[in-house]
Design a protein around this ligand. Structure first.
Ligand code: EPZ
Length: 426
């Protein structure tokens, strides 16, 4: 298995292009199942998860073509054509490998009238049930049965618009309800909807496909069902988590970097905290520029929360920064119950972190020292890469496949701004 070797202590300088957002692209790909016409997506990130979703769509009979690519099976543009749906079965093997596969349930059900999709089960960061997804579909008239680890859903006469009030904010369940509602009869009102920019991106693409949706970006989304959706061409939004990760890279390693395509509003809470911690930030015509001289960052506290709060997907990376801060930072994770797996690994590099329940107290140290590390999820893995940028000597990050699931050409992008980082094949 590949690993990444980083030699710390090199400031970063130059430009980093931000790729399309993984967590938007995967749902937009699932949305192609809602129409018999082609959906063309551009600015698609080159990621293992995108390839996995394309394979899953092919298994339903969707025609998948790379429209902007390198001729070697990698592309930034794709055409998805679900002229007919030949199968509506998503296996355990598929959904277990990538939870986002579960998002095919609503579009399959809405267009095809039935679907059998494996329950995703728990994962490294928490139990992650799907009860809210299923309740939303039931409220719209679907019959939902759980059998041998599978969700078997049917709505032979079609789905019906409904009032759905989520007890707490869920990105995935909001997307399920929104996609299902596009083809339901009548109006659906989604209360306590997630406001994440990826939801807005999905909504805008659905509108381009002919859906009638209002209230995007607010906590009440209304969808007036239509008889059918059409094809469209849509560019995936820039990845705010990738942008935030590279912003933290500059804060931890020092230097001057412009993040091309990054949008301030998408990561405002992070940028405000980075400023408080001592990084200069300004918006440019092409994105966001960050500047930081040497010296340790100031300690600041964070609590993760649904958008527009501090994103859980940047918690591990921010913790990496706080390990070398002046003072103690209190980090509270409120979204997932087990999202501190990076703590013992950061400890191997010399970080001083104590976890009590959902709180991590990070006492900044003057220096980290390189060591071999590995992590069990995507964002945790990249937090170790960030720590490696500032650690003395060599850090070796194992289990690189996590990074390949969600960071498009990570080492290439970091090397281009002066980081000493190489991938080694075993
Ligand atoms: C999405 O997951 C993202 N994944 C996650 O990113 C991200 O961390 C999360 O949203 C929060 O922003 C994708 O978009 C593919 P939720 P999702 O439903 O939709 C509980 C990454 O690293 N819940 O908003 O699964 C759930 O257990 C990933 O890219 C239920 O209890 O997240 C969690 O505690 C990791 N029942 C909370 O809600 C449900 O039916 C929020 O989860 C649904 C969720």
């Amino acid at each position: 298995m590949d690993r990444i070797r980083i030699t710390g202590g090199h400031p970063l300088s130059g430009e980093i292009p931000i790729s399309g957002a993984k967590n938007a692209a995967l749902k937009l790909m699932a949305a192609s199942l809602l129409t018999a016409e082609p959906l063309v997506l551009t600015n698609v990130p080159r990621l293992a998860d995108v390839r996995a979703m394309a394979e899953l769509l092919k298994s339903f009979g969707v025609g998948v073509q790379i429209t902007l690519g390198d001729g070697l099976g990698e592309g930034d543009g794709y055409r998805f054509h679900a002229a007919t749906i030949a199968s509506s079965f998503a296996s355990y093997d598929m959904v277990r490998k990538m939870r986002a596969s579960f998002q095919v349930l609503a579009p399959l059900l809405a267009r095809h009238g039935e679907a059998k999709v494996s329950l995703p089960g728990g994962c490294a960061i928490g139990a992650r049930p799907v009860d809210l997804h299923l309740k939303a579909l039931e409220a719209m008239g679907a019959s939902v049965v759980l059998e041998d680890g599978y969700v078997i859903a049917s709505a032979k006469g079609g789905l019906k618009g409904a009032r759905i009030d989520f007890p707490f904010v869920s990105v995935g369940a909001t997307e399920t309800a929104m996609m299902a509602a596009t083809l339901a009869k009548g109006e659906t009102v989604i209360g306590n909807a997630a406001r994440e920019p990826e939801i807005e991106d999905l909504g805008k693409c659905l509108i381009a496909m002919g859906a009638k949706i209002s209230g995007l970006g607010s906590s009440t989304i209304k969808v007036e069902g239509v008889a059918k959706l059409n094809g469209a061409e849509y560019a995936v939004m820039a990845d705010r988590i990738e942008a935030g990760t590279y912003a933290i890279a500059v804060a931890i390693a020092g230097g001057d970097v412009e993040l091309i395509g990054a949008r301030r509003d998408d990561i405002a809470p992070l940028l405000n905290l980075l400023q408080q911690a001592g990084t200069d930030i300004r918006e440019t015509k092409r994105g966001i520029a960050l500047h930081r001289n040497g010296g340790r960052p100031a300690a600041v506290d964070i609590t993760t929360a649904p958008f527009p709060g501090f994103p859980t997907d940047l918690q591990a990376q921010f913790m990496a920064l706080m390990t070398v801060a002046e003072g103690t930072s209190v980090i509270r994770e409120t979204i997932f119950e087990n999202r501190f797996m990076h703590v013992p690994e950061l400890g191997r590099l010399g970080a001083d972190i104590k976890v009590t329940g959902d709180i991590a107290a990070v006492r900044g140290v003057a220096r980290l020292r390189g060591a071999p590390v590995m992590a069990t999820d995507l964002r945790a893995s990249v937090s170790l890469v960030l720590a490696g940028l500032v650690a003395e000597g060599e850090t070796i990050v194992n289990r690189v496949y996590h990074l390949d699931r969600g960071f498009d050409r990570l080492e290439e992008k970091l090397r281009a701004v002066g980081a000493q980082i190489v991938r080694e094949r075993e």
